[in-house]
Design a protein around this ligand. Structure first.
Ligand SMILES: [Zn+2]
Length: 56
């Protein structure tokens, strides 16, 4: 797991970003995931988790 860029990501690879895009250490998860999904199962949960700050 190192230095993945968006262009390195293929269909079926998690594109969850880590860090700041302007940071040298910025990278993507790259874990295997379903081809119809942008993220791996772990990050799909995070992406779909409702914001707890906006309500109640
Ligand atoms: Zn991921």
């Amino acid at each position: 797991m190192s230095d993945l860029t968006l262009s390195d990501l293929n269909s079926g690879m998690c594109r969850w970003p880590f860090g700041n895009p302007e940071d040298k250490e910025f990278h993507f998860c790259g874990d295997l995931c379903d081809h119809s999904l942008p993220y791996c199962p772990t990050h799909m949960v995070k992406a779909q988790a409702p914001s707890r700050k906006s309500k109640s």
